[in-house]
Design a binder for this molecule. Sequence first.
Ligand code: UMP
Length: 200
Amino acid sequence: CKKNLRVLLDMDQVLADFELGFFQEYRKKYPEYPYIEMKDRVGFFVKDQYEKMFSSVPNIGNAVANIYNAKKFFLNLPEIEGAVDAAKKLAKMEGVDVFICTSPIEKYKYCLPEKYEWVHKHLGPEWVARIILTKDKTMVNGHLLIDDRVDIIGAIERPSWEHVVFSANHNMKADIGKRRRLDNWTNGDWKELIEDFKMR
Ligand code: UMP
């Protein structure tokens, strides 16, 4: 087992569609508020872009935060297309160990249990033991981290994993240096990526 490829899968925007869940709930709860089309999202934090873009709207940041701080927000997030199927296939591959590596929000009350419930519901009970919850992903050991966030920093300057950027609207214009991208779970690219890493 020692030589297995350890793959860390981020949760939000890699397995669970935070951006779509946010957009739909926000439009429903605040139909009179201005909004940013999903294709126009830039930067990791929704709140930052809304506050910058709509600085004249009082409390828009609170409105945004109310959406993801709410009960059932994380639980009800839709799946990223093909993610659950790919994750299950990945976990069954010879020589691969899969973990889910995810950061909770500041207001963790609903987020924490609901992330567990989401994994249980969508991936299955055996996946709950694969969850790693941390604010600092650099502290986690692995070979490969698939994550949509471009700036993954923490206590360790050179983490053990190589970061592959999972494409999301918010990171399409970001400078990702020499890092590779994985654009989706549906075109089969992920299999090649894993084979490449297994051969190292
Ligand atoms: N998050 C926000 N605002 C956003 C996007 C994500 O607070 O606009 C939170 C949701 C998750 C966490 O709890 O960040 C995801 O972090 P990663 O695990 O993807 O790094």
